[in-house]
Design a protein around this ligand. Structure first.
Ligand SMILES: C[S@@+](CC[C@H](N)C(=O)[O-])C[C@H]1O[C@@H](n2cnc3c(N)ncnc32)[C@H](O)[C@@H]1O
Length: 370
């Protein structure tokens, strides 16, 4: 990408992201104020012991730090976009008005549950309702004042083979991927939003996705259908399409196993597998099983990409505070932040390749030995 074009891309990037952050910061503040107002009117006061409400000064401090985190995340992600390493796109539509209205209800419920220290998932109904799948994107982006997309794009460089040399793969492997349809598998695809970013960047990929929640699964299908409509003309020229499996990431779904084929020892046809923002939700046994699935589904030389929240020691000044996310009814989060992920993947047979962080997220990539 030339300097002029890079500059224009950078301007578009920052204009879009500053608007994004203004919108999500306003929504987050409106959600918090609605919760404070309804609590004051004693409409939602929880019974039993409660977690203390933050003071206005503490809230202002948290808001200020969240905005700085967003700017730093955009600087890192925006440089990659301007350099042409990967593309970002707008128009995926999580800010639609009905979703914003549902978010206001969701915000008051989430904050009420947090205050009452109730066990369970951060979202109403966990992963098990249409409502939850409809408010997920807008709720997480309000929590991160708009920077979640930028952090999730951490997954892209290894999927696009930009780490080919680091991963020990030769130029011919990379070319083969670019001229064929690399098979990519996403574990726990959620609403499918990130999958559409991946397909924006690998439009010829044969994309496969697994999720256990029927509601998120349906949402992912409809997000991908909308994306295919949006990109229709480009896709018509030989894209391999998307395939969805309603199953657990703790095993390779039977239907997918048939697609992948089996050489008697393992499945042979998947080049890349990735899993984003899910391990912090899982107990240790499920994490181990998910890593085994990644290993089984990959062909030798294939790359597994992991993106999730940072852990203890990743950003030492935050060590004292990162555990607090567990207060948002995330029962496995505190176990996650002290899990040795490198050792977990090595035990399954992977070789560690590299690590990159962006704000409160990080990527680790691993290779299945040839
Ligand atoms: C925090 S969301 C992340 C979704 C997506 N990866 C993203 O980054 O937006 C977690 C997802 O994991 C799914 N999930 C949780 N446990 C699972 C399991 N054992 N097998 C398959 N999916 C699971 C949930 O249904 C939900 O869609």
């Amino acid at each position: 990408m030339g300097a002029g074009e890079g500059g224009r891309t950078s301007q578009r990037y920052f204009a879009a992201h500053l608007l994004r952050t203004s919108a999500f910061a306003s929504l987050g503040a409106a959600g918090f104020l609605t919760h404070a107002a309804t609590s004051a009117m004693r409409m939602t006061t929880p019974a039993g012991p409660t977690i203390a409400q933050p003071t206005p000064a503490a809230l202002a401090d948290a808001g200020y730090r969240a905005l700085l985190e967003a700017l730093a995340a955009y600087r890192q992600d925006g440089r990659r976009v301007a350099a042409g390493d990967y593309a970002f796109s707008v128009g995926h539509g999580e800010l639609a008005t009905p979703a914003a209205a549902r978010f206001m209800f969701e915000a008051t419920q989430t904050l009420r549950r947090r205050r009452a220290a109730e066990p369970g998932n951060q979202w109403t109904d966990g992963w098990l309702s249409t409502h939850s799948s409809e408010v997920y994107e807008i709720s997480t982006e309000s929590l991160f004042v708009g920077r979640q997309d930028a952090m999730q794009r951490l997954v892209l460089p290894p999927l696009m083979d930009q780490l080919a040399n680091v991963a020990g793969r030769g130029a011919s492997d990379v070319q083969q991927d670019q001229h064929s349809s690399p098979r990519v598998l996403e574990l726990a695809c959620g609403t499918g939003r990130l999958g559409t970013f991946v397909r924006d960047n690998l439009p010829y990929a044969e994309y496969h996705a697994v999720d256990l929640s029927p509601f998120y699964f349906e949402r992912a299908r409809s997000n991908h259908r909308a994306w295919e409509k949006l990109r229709g003309a480009k896709l018509a020229r030989g894209a391999a399409g998307a395939h969805f499996y309603h199953d657990s990431i703790e095993r390779v779904p039977d239907e997918l196993a048939r697609v992948l084929g089996d050489d008697g020892r393992w499945f042979v046809a998947c080049r890349k597998v990735y899993c984003v923002y899910t391990f912090h939700e899982l107990p240790m046994k499920a994490r181990e099983a998910a890593v085994r699935t990644m290993f089984q589904a990959l062909k030798p030389g294939g790359v597994a990409v992991f993106v999730d929240r940072i852990q203890l020691d990743d950003r030492e000044p935050l060590d004292r505070s990162i555990g607090r996310f567990g207060d948002f009814n995330e029962p496995h989060y505190r176990g996650y932040i002290s899990t040795d992920l490198g050792a977990l993947f090595e035990r399954a047979g992977f070789a560690c390749v590299e690590k990159e962080m962006n704000s409160s997220s990080k990527r680790l990539s691993f290779m299945k030995p040839t």
